[in-house]
Design a binder for this molecule. Structure first.
Ligand SMILES: [Zn+2]
Length: 132
């Protein structure tokens, strides 16, 4: 009989956390304390601090798209610059850019994925109020 809102009500126990802080520290989007990952890039089943179901907070392919576009632009720009200045043999490009791409992807994917999960959580659970 009551007019329940379509979205979940905000949890009064956990005030909204900083998206940037949660992303950089790879923490739970609700409490900001529990680790988000259970491994390199695997999201933990649930937060060990607040019990939030983290498997339901899926960021999909969004973080990978950002990483591919950013790393691709930076790497191609640097490769063109190195080629124009030094004209090194091809193996030098392989030695230079392979670690940059692999390391950069791993370093960027974790905080970007955590940030997108935190943004999704905020907009799903704490964001727009119903009817306004
Ligand atoms: Zn938590």
């Amino acid at each position: 009989m009551s007019a329940m809102p379509a979205s979940h009500p905000p949890d009064p126990i956990y005030p909204p956390v900083s998206i940037l802080s949660v992303a950089l520290r790879c923490r739970c989007p609700r409490c900001g304390e529990g680790p988000l990952y259970d491994g390199l890039l695997s999201v933990a089943p649930s937060c060990i601090r607040c019990g939030l179901d983290l498997r339901a907070q899926d960021a999909g392919d969004g973080p990978a798209v950002f990483v591919v576009l950013f790393l691709g632009a930076v790497t191609v720009g640097l490769a063109i610059l190195v080629e124009a200045l030094f004209s090194p043999p091809l193996w030098v490009h392989v030695v230079l850019w392979t670690p940059l791409v692999l390391g950069g992807a791993i370093l960027l994917l974790r905080p970007l994925k955590a940030g997108l999960i935190a943004l999704q959580y905020r907009h799903r659970h704490l964001g727009a109020s119903p009817g306004g």
